[in-house]
Design a protein around this ligand. Structure first.
Ligand SMILES: Cc1cc2nc3c(=O)[nH]c(=O)nc-3n(C[C@H](O)[C@H](O)[C@H](O)COP(=O)(O)OP(=O)(O)OC[C@H]3O[C@@H](n4cnc5c(N)ncnc54)[C@H](O)[C@@H]3O)c2cc1C
Length: 425
């Protein structure tokens, strides 16, 4: 079999492993428009801030590509797909034939048209190793930065630049930072921590004009009319599925590429996985991109298994976000902001002074969501209780306790949760 994988990040790695478990011999070609071997994308802010060296960016065991006999094409962008001829077209003009194709192209940063921004030199996005390198390379020339967008990527960029001693203002349209991934209290605690570190956080406002002569930036004007002086702008308002090259092909794209539970698209022999695909939500069954690292790997593994003729199907992704900013770890999972609160019970504990917050969302006898700030050690247990749909009634009072741990769980539940790793006494 001739496998072609577009993209060389975590979903692609999952797919290679999925394929090789079943088919040790088939040809695998991996095509990436980046020039690096697979690396930890979530590490780019630490690379920018100097806490991680270039050497630490690659996370695969040495020899991964050779041992899996992968034909790796770096610096190569796919610009078209012909599903009748079963070929992908590269930017250089070459075509590559496939028997089974995986699209694992992730997301592209979305840059809205903002007046005055075109032609300005120091406008950046922040999703790749090279983005971090570019900023690092001109760090001596950066004084004040405006980050547009207070989501995970914007906050990570802000933290990295802060480590380099830059002055930063975050401008967020919603009434709080981290509005999509976390709840109001978690957003408030993280904002408090950012402010304590000298980062300005402006909410319910947005940048409407980038000021400055020629290529130079002198500041930005906000919708409120306020002007913030700066010389650099980072646009971090979100990513869109990197599926532009599918234009004119028959592959269906909704909010992401539409796939079934084996990660196959509407076109036979064409699969999609990771941030570019629409994954099925664990609770609602609805399909949405689930842009998180662990889920991209799981989807890649499923796709690879299916491409090689194996049987495995997707149980649905549990949405989960984890973030550590200025040493405050934060994790959210499952349903954290129920739209119909009558159906749910919410228990919280907070100690804002010490950046501690815990929230659990219960539906009937089941834990369906959690937000943890400050102390995230038990996140794995919470995720297990949610995934395994365990009746939490016998220990629900302990769930918010600072020392909550497996010791609070009845033995049969401990065994149910940890059986794959051996019985717990
Ligand atoms: C700054 C930052 C911090 C993050 N932090 C976290 C975190 O803490 N926890 C977490 O769970 N997730 C985090 N994420 C999200 C996580 O990185 C993604 O969910 C994950 O990388 C998705 O993997 P993927 O394989 O689907 O795609 P990607 O990692 O996006 O990789 C896709 C690859 O395909 C390439 N490509 C795209 N189009 C083409 C084409 N036409 N031809 C050839 N190659 C192409 C791209 O250049 C890219 O290299 C973070 C992301 C960013 C940007």
């Amino acid at each position: 079999m001739n496998y072609v994988i577009i993209g060389n990040s975590v979903a692609a790695v999952g797919a290679v492993r999925g394929i090789r478990k079943i088919d040790p011999r088939g040809n695998i070609t991996v095509i990436s428009r980046e020039r690096h071997i697979a690396y930890g994308r979530p590490l780019i802010s630490y690379l920018l801030g100097g806490q991680v060296t270039e050497k630490r960016m690659a996370y695969l065991p040495e020899g991964f590509y050779e041992n899996n006999r992968i034909n790796l094409l770096l610096n190569s962008e796919v610009i078209g797909l012909n599903t009748n001829k079963k070929q992908v077209k590269l930017a250089g003009g070459d075509t590559i034939s496939y028997g089974k194709l995986l699209i694992a192209t992730g997301g592209d940063p979305f840059v809205p048209p903002i007046e005055g921004m075109a032609g300005k030199e120091k406008v950046f996005t922040f999703t790749t190793w090279d983005d971090a390198n570019k900023l690092k390379g001109i760090a001596h020339d950066i004084g004040r930065v405006v980050v547009i967008g207070g989501g995970l990527i914007g906050l990570k960029a802000a933290e990295g630049l802060h480590q380099l001693g830059k002055q930063i203002t975050i401008v967020e349209l919603a009434d709080r930072i981290l509005s999509t991934a976390f709840d109001r209290s978690a957003g408030r605690i993280v904002a408090k921590k950012m402010k304590a570190n000298g980062i300005d956080v402006i909410t319910e406002d947005t940048v409407v004009h980038v000021e400055g002569d020629g290529a130079e930036i002198s500041g930005v004007t906000l919708k409120s009319g306020d002007i913030i002086p700066c010389d650099t702008v980072i646009v971090a308002i979100g990513v869109r599925p990197a599926a532009g090259f599918l234009k004119g092909s028959e592959v269906a794209v909704n909010r992401g590429i539409v796939v079934d539970d084996r990660m196959e698209t509407n076109v036979a022999n064409v699969f999609a996985a990771g941030d570019v695909a629409e994954a099925r939500d664990f609770f609602s069954g609805q399909k949405n991109p689930m842009p998180i690292w662990p889920d991209a790997y799981i989807q890649g593994d499923l796709a690879g298994t299916a491409m090689a003729g194996g049987e495995k199907s997707y149980g649905g992704g549990l949405s989960m976000n984890s973030l550590e900013l200025f040493k405050v770890p934060t994790i959210s999972m499952g349903i954290t902001n129920p739209t119909d609160p009558k159906e749910f019970e919410i228990l919280t504990y907070q100690d804002l002074e010490n950046y501690q917050y815990r929230k659990i969302v219960i539906k009937g006898k089941l834990l369906v969501g959690a937000v943890l700030v400050g102390n995230v050690e038990r996140a794995g247990i919470f995720a297990g209780l949610i995934r395994e749909k365990i009746d939490i009634t016998p220990f629900r009072e302990s769930l918010l306790a600072a020392d909550f741990g497996i010791i609070h769980l009845p033995r049969e539940i401990r065994n149910a949760l940890f059986a794959p790793y051996g019985k717990v006494a």
